[in-house]
Write a protein that binds this ligand. Sequence first.
Ligand code: SIN
Ligand code: FE2
Length: 198
Amino acid sequence: MKLYPAYLDRAAQEALLEQIRAIVEEAPLFTPCMPRSGKAFSVRMSNCGPLGWVSDIGGYRYQPYHPATQRPWPPIPPLLLQFWQDLSGCDAEPEACLINYYGPDAKMGLHVDSDEEDFSAPIFSLSLGDDARFRLGGTTRKDPTNSFKLSSGDILLLDGKDRKAYHGIDRIYPGTSNLLKAPGRINLTMRRVKPIKG
Ligand code: SIN
Ligand code: FE2
């Protein structure tokens, strides 16, 4: 993995947040649920890009439209695509940017990002708002894990052996940032979904 602490300064964070607000107006946050059990996630989600990640009773998948509005996802902001170009080491563009919204009590269990068809590109993750405790393990559930804090403006790349590593969010530290209007955190995760040609 590669961690770029405070890659975005406050002005860049505010500019990006404005763009994410506009996206979420067009493609409202929805509450995903676990396949089969139907148990609701504590994180709310939306997406931008040609494809978006969704989870419902039918399973996990990428699809080109919002599950409630049925409309195509808004495009990924050029600023984000620029960061991907500068840091990912991947010439192809990401097709999906998942927007995770964590309220003060939200968390995300350990999982592997494995619904993509291409694993050569890294998972690119950018944090806005309150600090979070990120947990990173190995490629099996039994492997030992480490945890560290992610703060507003940090960028994390899961690449190489960590591309398929278990990871999750233990907790949010409410009130550690004043970027958002209320306690909480936004995480933007860009992924390459389709195989890269050539
Ligand atoms: C994710 O794994 O989709 C989100 C990780 C994070 O919120 O930092
Ligand atoms: Fe993930």
